[in-house]
Ligand binder design. Structure first.
Ligand SMILES: Nc1nc2c(c(=O)[nH]1)N[C@H]1C(S)=C(S)[C@@H](COP(=O)(O)OP(=O)(O)OC[C@H]3O[C@@H](n4cnc5c(=O)[nH]c(N)nc54)[C@H](O)[C@@H]3O)O[C@H]1N2
Ligand SMILES: Nc1nc2c(c(=O)[nH]1)N[C@H]1C(S)=C(S)[C@@H](COP(=O)(O)OP(=O)(O)OC[C@H]3O[C@@H](n4cnc5c(=O)[nH]c(N)nc54)[C@H](O)[C@@H]3O)O[C@H]1N2
Ligand code: SF4
Ligand SMILES: [Mo]
Length: 694
């Protein structure tokens, strides 16, 4: 992709300062600089040398900063002393006292009476600190991230084959690939800059693109050479059909399979049931399309497969995603330039959520069932192992069920909007209304704030410093550019303050959270992650600033980061290294260490065969539609744009101009809250790969 500096500036002339940062609106992590004038953010420009985006920005990256100026920003803490009363402004001291009082009350009923639900929107410093507070201080497993709704499958799918989480290939492989397979990934709308990079690769390499999606999405329309327009819910059948053909045509790498995998005989036996005639019927696609897909995959050396919500948010999510990994293993197309699976993240810091241990995993992909790994963590945190409670992670849906049964009373929500995004909104609302809710969000009008008993106003992007890891393991550093509005404070500062007030200490009585600024937290995280797959021990803020972004692992062996995992073909499956002992893909039953001992592949990868099952609720006369996921490129909240317009009317804003075509920014009304359009410039972007205006 050729460098090009996209920008959106609301002032004439130069700002006072350009501050190094990255876009925080999707997992692509495009590098940009924030323009600051008179202490306010007035625009952004892409970083031409950034290894992710080479200066390109999509519509969201260019326009997101407008939201910082929203009139709906929370500027003071609020508390609701009794249910039914309105939220009242409070000082930080008052709000913190109230927090600690109610936290302790709830804690008196047991450590599992509290829950923390956080986010793939926070920095790794924040997530690490929060995870340490919860897992090391309160020692509760009731902590999860909204990543659970998003790309948890990416983690489980990777663990199923490779023993640990960790996206395998990187964007550098996309540049070199001759074939890109996009499984349930509408990249043209959701990661517009990655799409430009894919199209550039296709052009340079004379490559091809296969898209598996029930819809003729913008990705299909703009770039697919083959569209597998499968019926929703048939991903497993599709993958089994592809694997069937790869084996039947002998497009597989026998030496690689023998030396580096286990499970081939079972895989071969299972996919015999998936001849193309049958699979074409199940998936409702032409048999010739399936055969073409298998042939391209079977005869192209350098190919990368991406996977996103069309697989993760469909039935049999882990199984179908794992089968994509298996295709790469069968072809020996992994761990070398231009070849590998890239199970995508979606949210900007879903990766950090998984790495740091604030979601459904322990810090640095540690296995809570492995005593040595837990001893190691206790030692790093200077906790007494004999009293270090490390229970099996609990997911948010299980926490909601526990809350429904009255077993959880206190919930701390940070950087997510569960009233809108959790499944079954009515039930979720009913449950959350019963709880003591702490909601920490930059926006006072985030729906979940309505349910808050305490509202903490959070600083947001541009107003705090910290690192964010993108979908291909590239770690960005986002520097603070401006002060947060009013009394808003960073999530980092809030979590540190909570830990101090709750008095969490290590085994020597020293504060459990000994640091007070993000850099110190980053350094501690470097030590805690050392020796694990997501090893940050060789990384520093300085290195990230120098390189633009650094891919983990970054350590003595890879002092400037690592382009792709498993180049040595040693996978993370060894019994003492793996993140999980796994589970049965059909029944979900977990495997114990004893089960694993019998199958320990000691660094070989698993091939995990799995049968396709008819989805549990197929269409019927009474229920004639299947609803599926489908994002749109224009993704702004109406009121933020409204505020901007008002600001311009007030004379505070200046004008926003298209950096390519000089068009003035506009706003289309009446498209509903999440479909307002940023500017006509977006249309120009769309023509270049940012999806099409609807
Ligand atoms: N503009 C914009 N960008 C975003 C976001 C946003 O909200 N707006 N959100 C960010 C986040 S958090 C995420 S997770 C990513 C999501 O990024 P994507 O996963 O790419 O986006 P989706 O539109 O959710 O789903 C992708 C495609 O899956 C298809 N699909 C549905 N069911 C099936 C199925 O059964 N099989 C197959 N093969 N495909 C199916 C849909 O038709 C859709 O085109 O986007 C990120 N980027
Ligand atoms: N029906 C349906 N439901 C879905 C999906 C779907 O496709 N369809 N997709 C699922 C997916 S993939 C995802 S990722 C989830 C997303 O679900 P949510 O996590 O609810 O998504 P967001 O709207 O991004 O909410 C993020 C919140 O964090 C706040 N925030 C932003 N920056 C900061 C910060 O620095 N600090 C703090 N404290 N807060 C901050 C924002 O103001 C916002 O309120 O939804 C899931 N639910
Ligand atoms: S592709 Fe993602 S990270 Fe890049 S500018 Fe767009 S929203 Fe931001
Ligand atoms: Mo997501």
């Amino acid at each position: 992709m050729q460098p090009r500096i996209d920008s959106n500036l609301a002032i004439q002339g130069e700002p006072d300062e350009w501050v190094h940062s990255a876009c925080l609106l999707c997992s692509n992590g495009c590098g940009l600089d924030i323009a600051v004038k008179d202490g306010r953010i007035v625009g952004v420009r892409g970083q031409a040398s950034h290894p992710v985006n080479f200066g390109h920005l999509g519509p969201k990256g260019e326009h997101a900063w407008v939201a910082n100026h929203s009139k709906r920003r929370g500027t003071t803490p609020m508390i609701r002393r009794r249910k039914g009363e309105p939220l009242q402004p409070a000082s930080w001291a008052e709000a913190m006292d109230f927090f600690v009082e109610r936290f302790r009350d709830a804690w008196a009923q047991g450590h599992n009476n509290l829950a923390c639900y956080n986010s793939g929107q926070l920095t790794i410093e924040e997530l690490y600190t929060l995870g340490k507070l919860w897992r090391g201080g309160l020692q509760s497993a009731n902590i999860d991230g909204n990543t659970r709704l998003c790309t948890a499958t990416s983690a489980t799918g990777l663990m199923a084959n490779f023993g640990t989480d960790g996206p395998v290939a990187s964007y550098a492989d996309i540049d070199q690939a001759e074939l890109l397979c996009l499984y349930g990934h509408n990249v043209a709308e959701v990661q517009t800059v990655l799409w430009e990079r894919m199209l550039a690769s296709k052009q340079k390499n004379g490559g091809r693109i296969i898209v598996a999606d029930p819809r003729k999405s913008p990705t299909v329309r703009q770039g697919a050479d083959l569209h597998l327009q499968l019926a929703p819910g048939t991903n497993v059948a599709l993958m089994n059909g592809i694997i069937h053909l790869l084996i039947r045509k002998d497009w597989i790498d026998h030496d690689f399979i023998d030396e580096h995998t286990v499970g081939f005989a079972e895989m071969e036996a299972m996919v015999r049931d998936y001849p193309p005639e049958r699979v074409a019927k199940i998936c409702a696609i032409p048999q010739a399309d399936l055969e073409t897909a298998a042939e391209w995959i079977g005869t192209t050396e350098r190919f990368v497969s991406t996977v996103l919500q069309g697989f993760y948010q469909s039935v049999e999510a882990t199984a179908s995603s794992s089968l994509v990994n298996s295709v790469h293993l069968l072809r020996g197309a992994i761990g070398k330039p231009g070849a590998g699976p890239l199970l995508m993240a979606g949210q900007p810091s879903a990766m950090c959520n998984r790495e740091a241990g604030a979601g459904g995993s322990y810090p640095a992909y540690r296995n809570p069932h492995n005593e040595a790994q837990m001893r190691d963590l206790a030692a790093l945190w200077n906790l007494d192992y004999d009293h270090f409670r490390h229970e099996v992670p609990v997911d948010i849906m299980s926490m909601m069920e526990a809350a429904e049964r009255g077993e959880i009373e206190f919930m701390w929500v940070i950087g997510t909007n569960p009233l809108v995004s959790l499944p079954d909104q009515n039930r979720s609302e009913r449950i959350m209304r019963k709880l003591f809710m702490v909601v920490q969000d930059p926006f006072i009008d985030a729906e979940t704030v309505d349910l808050a008993d305490i509202y903490f106003p959070a600083a947001m992007w541009g107003e705090k410093t910290g690192c964010i890891t993108n979908a291909d393991r590239s770690v960005n550093l986002l520097l603070q550019a401006v002060e947060p509005p009013g009394e808003a404070r960073s999530d980092f500062d809030i979590v540190v303050e909570v830990a101090r007030r709750l008095g969490f200490t290590d085994r020597d009585g020293a504060p459990l959270i000994p640091f007070t600024d993000p850099r110190q937290a980053f350094e501690e995280w470097g030590k805690v992650s050392q020796g694990r797959p997501c090893d940050y021990s060789g990384m520093s803020y300085e290195l990230i600033l120098e390189m633009g972004a650094v891919r983990w692992p970054c350590n003595a062996q890879h002092p400037r980061g690592c382009e792709r995992l498993y180049e040595d073909l040693n996978f993370g499956t060894d019994i003492d290294y793996c993140e999980t002992y796994g589970h049965d893909l059909l029944s979900g039953a977990p495997r114990t260490r004893t089960d694993y001992e019998r199958i320990d592949p000691k660094g070989k990868a698993f091939l995990r065969p799995v049968q396709w099952r008819r989805q549990p609720n197929p269409v019927s006369e009474d229920y004639p539609f299947t609803l599926i996921t489908g994002r749109v490129v224009y993704h702004f909240r109406r009121d933020h744009l409204y505020d901007r317009q008002r600001e311009q009317a007030d004379g505070g804003g200046g004008s926003s101009r298209c950096s390519h075509h000089g068009q003035a920014a506009g706003r289309s009304a009446g498209q509903g809250p999440s479909a307002t359009r940023g500017c006509d410039r977006v249309r120009c972007c769309a023509a270049m790969g940012a999806g099409s205006a609807r």
